[in-house]
Design a protein around this ligand. Sequence first.
Ligand SMILES: CC(C)=CCC/C(C)=C/CC/C(C)=C/C=C/C(C)=C/C=C/C=C(C)/C=C/C=C(C)/C=C/C=C(C)/C=C/CC(C)(C)O
Ligand SMILES: C[S@@+](CC[C@H](N)C(=O)[O-])C[C@H]1O[C@@H](n2cnc3c(N)ncnc32)[C@H](O)[C@@H]1O
Length: 371
Amino acid sequence: MSIFDSWLDVRNRLLASPAFQRWASAFPLTRPIAQKRARELFDIVAGFVYSQILFACVRLKLFEILAEGPQSADALAKRMALPPEGAIRLLRAAGSLRLVAVCEDKRYALGELGAAMIGNPGIAAMVEHHAMVYSDLADPVALLRGEVERTALSSYWSYAANTDAANVDEQSIDGYTALMSDSQSLIAGDVLDAYSLKGHKCLLDVGGGDGTFLVTAAKRWPHLKVILFDLPAVAERAKARFQREGLADRATAVGGDVMRDPLPEGADVVSLVRVLHDHDDDEALAIIKAARRVLPTGGTLLVAEPMSGTPGAEPIGDAYFGFYLLAMGSGRPRTPVEIDNMLRLNVFDPVRLVPTVRPILTRLLAATRMA
Ligand SMILES: CC(C)=CCC/C(C)=C/CC/C(C)=C/C=C/C(C)=C/C=C/C=C(C)/C=C/C=C(C)/C=C/C=C(C)/C=C/CC(C)(C)O
Ligand SMILES: C[S@@+](CC[C@H](N)C(=O)[O-])C[C@H]1O[C@@H](n2cnc3c(N)ncnc32)[C@H](O)[C@@H]1O
């Protein structure tokens, strides 16, 4: 046993002992740490319950109602079509989670976290969508053992389980494209603030969905031409979106399967926004190679997605996205170093981690194509 192993053994025996736990909770110097650890463990145990309280708030449109101004429990009960006791139970629970605030006159108002939900409607869309995620995660052990034939998420993200991605059904495309578009507003601004496209002429967004990222980029940089590549049925939706936004003169959308079809030529910067983590390593490498083929020497590849091992947000990468993608049946979150290695293998060098303001939502790697 190494010294480290012996130390771990002693520490864990101590931490596991109820007598030590009681002592540490009472002794003034260890008390704050013991309470913090107990709370951390409790929050993991209770996470699903907290999530369902948020789910009820979203379903009942509580935050939209409170955005009109503080209201009494009775008035809120009527607006949410809940019996008064049910409304008070929900309001107190949401209050304890800072989703709702209790005013001195016993009226209820938006809490700090509820107010943040109003500013980002994409979060509510994700919360609604989690009904599917939680049903898939009901038996996590079976998922880990690969014993689950078909999950709700693998049907929802119809390209994930489909070997012929170009033939996915139109209805599923509407669902996931709308969800991605809603949540893209949290990402696009952060990526475009972090990396300036001033010096680029033409941006190709691979797996660009309905074009929300490119519309934001094109509006910010009026000189920029933009090209979207996605499955044919998705690219059709982007084409219509570009027309509606009055961008048809400098925005085009091309349909195809990145695993089979060549990407459109002409871009000096290619972006992969929330695309690589959907794919297992062999497919992720194929996407990087496809980008390499169309980029000129000195061209840039941008990879933007939530990543593993983000300081201060460790569970978002490996716990949330790790298990989300497990349920989806394809892909994994990667550390910046893992993606960096994949890029360098494919003649992208140097690779730079560009700081984003909210690394918990997305990180960004910018890589240069070598000769
Ligand atoms: C002035 C006053 C009153 C106070 C000062 C103190 C102060 C500075 C307070 C801060 C207030 C503030 C600005 C709060 C901001 C809060 C924000 C921006 C919160 C954002 C939260 C974002 C969340 C919860 C995002 C959730 C995103 C999820 C769950 C995304 C899931 C994505 C999935 C599943 C993607 C799937 C795609 C696939 C398949 C993996 O490719
Ligand atoms: C998770 S979504 C991200 C969408 C968008 N970039 C965003 O961040 O909002 C992944 C996108 O990749 C597209 N996609 C998946 N497999 C593909 C393939 N084989 N060829 C082209 N696009 C594909 C999907 O249709 C979807 O629009």
